[in-house]
Design a protein around this ligand. Sequence first.
Ligand code: SAH
Length: 345
Amino acid sequence: MNKKKDIRALTKEELRDFFVENGDKAFRGNQVYEWLWSKALHSFEEMTNISKETREMLEANFVINHIKVDSMQRSKDGTIKNGIKLHDGFIVESVLIPTPKRTTACVSSQVGCSLDCKFCATASLKRMRNLNPDEIYDQVVAIDKQSRLYHNHKLSNIVFMGMGEPLMNYNNVIKSIEKITSPEGLGMSPKRITVSTSGVPKIIKKMADDQVKFNLAVSLHSAIDEVRTTIMPFNTNFPLNDLKDSLEYWYEKTQRTVTYEYIVWDGINDRKEDIQALIKFCRYVPCKVNLIEYNPIDDGQFQQASSSAINNYISNLEMHDITVNVRRSRGKDIDAACGQLANKS
Ligand code: SAH
């Protein structure tokens, strides 16, 4: 049997060509493209300005692979965690995070993750495959709908902080962002999108060369190689010095500030020298630091540091004129917080 192609793998040009080759007008391609992307339809049947014959012809040639919200949990604080089923049965998670003025979608970029961060629940899942651009796009559409339904306004921000390492699926992440920001897609501003990475230097440089317009966040957690390697083992292959080079390159090419995400753990990175190393690292490029609350995932190998240790970080960073924010976690009661995706599922 001849396997039908996923129609959303086609570019607009290819879709227009398809119609011309089949004796129709190129314009029909534009109409279908609009249904597929900006209107985000998941069936040919609903394409009401397309004739029945044409819809049947599409049905005979293509499928629309799409995600399905398989489960949905709502937290006391309004956070919604979605279990998202992909067309081949894999499950990823996407989270809606509300604040009074805006809602943020936290989306996944891979099924599982190939990195092995010791403090992250997703690391316990092997990387099974990369998500396609449409699968990332669909997560955003689904959360935008929930935002309108439960919070009365459209989605305002997107963070690539769900499952997976976005820079290990760079091409598809870029394609999804092109669709999300295009007027022919969702028309969102790239300034409202943040891609978070554990730090893949080669790809950070590529992003700079590509002149991407979204924000970059790096999960740093330690600015000392020996410490970082014990909690984020891939640091052996991508040591801090390479990360530093890539960030300098990024800043030189884009003039854009970098955000460092940082958790302070008891007995791991709560010493004076850890703070000093971070301050030194912060001098390389203009940046700000988000101190994020640790969400326990297991038996307690990692414990959030005491508030005095955290205050120590804050006062030292501020003394050196480094902007620091403390990020409280959301959706903890439903395991929807950072690093908890995959817990209990
Ligand atoms: N792979 C990417 C994106 C996914 S992780 C990255 O590393 O940035 C998204 C953020 O959640 C990262 O900053 C990560 O360090 C953080 N995180 C992971 N596990 C966590 C946990 N248990 N508690 C709090 N934050 C966690």
